[in-house]
Design a protein around this ligand. Sequence first.
Ligand code: KDG
Ligand code: MG
Length: 405
Amino acid sequence: MSKPDRITAARVIVASPGRNYVTVKIETASGLVGIGDATLNGRELAVAAYLTEHLLPALIGRDPARIEDTWQYFYRGAYWRRGPVTMTAIAGIDVALWDIKAKAAGMPLYQLLGGASRDRMLCYTHADGASIEDALDATDAKRQQGFRAVRIQAGVPGLERVYGVHGAHDTAAGHQPAPLEGDWDTAAYLRHTPGLFEAARTRFGPDLHLLHDAHHRLSPNEAAQLGRSLEPYGLFWVEDPVPAEDQTAWRRIRQQTTTPLAVGEVFNSIWDAQTLITERLIDYIRSTIVHAGGVTHVRRIAELAALYNVRTGFHGANDLSPITMGAALHFGRWAPNFGIQEYASHPPEAAEIFGWDWRYEAGDLYSGETPGHGVTFDEAAAARFPYERHYLDVNRLKDGTMWDW
Ligand code: KDG
Ligand code: MG
């Protein structure tokens, strides 16, 4: 056996090319470089500090090929385990190590995972509008770009700032002093939303896959009502109807509606999804590589899901860096139970610091063939885009009560 390689340097770089991204860069004695995404939207510096102070010093001198042991060292080895900060930090390291391993093998990552189950991955993108008509015009524009699956969000009469319609990131440049506030009224939303999808089916016919994100705001019974009211329009899925941590709430929803259900973008561990998967309460699991412990842990989630006929539908908003998209597409190329990949394009400035070989074409995403995950990072260019504090919005009911965003 040849002499093991050794990690000689590991650092974290926070840059804001249009929005904040946290990148882990690992170098080895043999000259290999791997990069991983560790972006946790709105809490970027917490992950950066966790990495810099608690994980990266302990990486130096380790064999980069021992990915599983490194994962266990940072997960099992920590008394205070799990949680979004910890699992995002571990993911950043894990993906950089898979990048190094695949480069050392001279293979694209999907080959290391077991080879291709498919060569293209169906994706969905976002369309939104303040009114139903605007949302459908936006959907039509996406259809004309070749998308066959579109997530549609529309403003609700009487509400000023609604998730998915009024961007979370539409604040001025510079540090944001505090989160923006949205307003919410579940009854108005439940009255309005079926009309949106009725109009979408009427305008676009039966073939377009329609998706919708309720973003954690409903009670189980309200979620069941939403699911039933959307059944005539044959949605691909309704996402996050109830707060995601409330696993048993999904029993009620599942019993009451056949509308397919997706959840998991805020999960960071297989334990968050165990009941949902093993009781077959969901159709798609959305936990993705950056927030759920990297390729090493998401593979466990996907394998468990496969046993229960649950498919993947990975989170792919643009607060996940191009590195996560690259890794997710290699994963999706392999995963036997791949379902769909979310795809929202990154800010144009992101291309000044990241390079990638994955691509979009005619409604599908394709991973590249470059050894590794196929995404590069220009550290010098990143220095031109310093960190800016940005928050996700918060949400209140009309009477001022804090609500789920
Ligand atoms: O950072 C949070 C966003 O990624 C999230 O709100 C986007 O819900 C989302 C989605 O489905 O893409
Ligand atoms: Mg979502």
